[in-house]
Design a protein. Structure first.
Length: 354
């Protein structure tokens, strides 16, 4: 009897060690929790077993055109399970054993080999819905007690618990201090006044489902005066700004926005207009001038006058009531008849909002 159990155990371990639908190496993205560039799938459901060896995977396919499902024995670590690629026409996973407890995760495969956050785990015969991100995250150090800071955010679903992770400026998610909160605000104590800190927040929807982390939101060391910074490469040549003008009351597509205008010694200008409701950690792309969350303009004085941005993206890495920080790239096309193109790359901005 004992011998039969040992053989069965070895068979199960062998199956999960060597059976893979793609035989691909462990994706490093499984192991690092970072802000994600595209929408995670919602309404994720795994059916009960069909014929004892198959389950049907269902989800809201509005998040993209391709997805990854990873599964393994209950409690497995993401990155060590079996990965299956899905499209909007595929739905079944076979070769299972109904006497084994499985868990399944799903994520959207985005453009440029990027991925959404994982959704799950889900066991056969159950489902999970998406968990709403907290927004408008702020972190403010107390002026009367510099060892304390208050983190606050806006609730966007029916969740009623959250987590705040913080650490020294630049720390890696997962290595900081995590605190739970039952309200959309958290006071952090025992901070050191001459150290800058980063803060992240995420929603807790169920015991095993969280939203993405939103952040980092940075507070400076006490007494450190933050200065505006702007940089970019124009066709590989560094853009040295000599002046930065910030208009916090601009409009873009008729909506409130922040206008950042950087000028160099040659009077070349990079103009960035970002709508107020952009979300930290999200990458926005040019898709439609009427719905884009931002606009770029690159201008060189006569006779060139590059003015029109043709494609590009922007990532907001910090957004508070008093500061906005991000990265960007875009192409600017000049006037007829030459239609020369300037490639604006490796762009960053870190500016105070008046």
């Amino acid at each position: 009897m004992i011998k039969n159990k040992i053989i069965l155990f070895i068979a199960i371990i062998t199956m999960f060690g060597f059976v893979s639908c793609e035989d691909e190496p462990v994706d490093p993205d499984f192991l690092v929790e970072v802000p994600n560039p595209c929408n995670e799938p919602s309404l994720f459901t795994v059916s009960s077993f069909i014929n004892g060896n198959t389950v049907r995977i269902d989800w809201d396919k509005a998040s993209g055109d391709a997805w990854e499902v990873q599964y393994g024995i209950n409690g497995f670590v993401l990155g060590t399970g079996i990965t299956v690629n899905f499209t909007n026409t595929s739905s079944l996973i076979s070769g299972l054993t109904d006497t084994i407890s499985y868990q399944f995760y799903i994520r959207t495969k985005c453009a440029n080999s990027k991925y959404s956050a994982w959704v799950g785990p889900v066991s056969p015969g159950s489902s999970v819905t998406s968990c709403a991100l907290p927004t408008n995250v702020t972190a403010v150090r107390s002026l009367t007690d510099t060892s304390m800071a208050t983190v606050a955010w806006t609730v966007n679903g029916d969740e009623n618990s959250w987590q705040v992770e913080y650490g020294n400026h630049g720390f890696v998610l997962g290595s900081g201090t995590i605190l739970a909160s039952l309200s959309p605000t958290k006071t952090i104590s025992n901070l050191i006044e001459n150290i800058s800190y980063d803060f992240y927040v995420r929603s807790n929807c169920t015991s095993n489902q969280n939203s993405d982390w939103v952040g980092p939101i940075t507070i400076n060391a006490f007494g450190v005066v933050s200065t505006d910074a702007f940089s970019a490469l124009i066709d590989g040549v560094e853009f040295f700004e000599t002046d930065i003008n910030i208009n916090p009351n601009a409009l873009h597509n008729g909506l409130p926005s922040i206008n950042i205008i950087a000028t160099n010694a040659n009077n070349d200008v990079i103009d960035i207009n970002v709508e107020n409701d952009v979300v930290v950690g999200t990458e926005y792309f040019n898709t439609d001038p009427l719905t884009d969350k931002f606009k770029f303009i690159y201008f060189e004085p006569i006779p060139i006058e590059f003015e029109t941005d043709t494609d590009g993206s922007i990532i907001i890495t910090e957004r508070t009531a008093t500061r906005i920080k991000g990265t960007f790239y875009f192409n600017a096309i000049g006037p007829a008849p030459t239609f020369l193109i300037r490639n604006v790359t490796v762009g960053t901005f870190d500016v105070a909002i008046p």
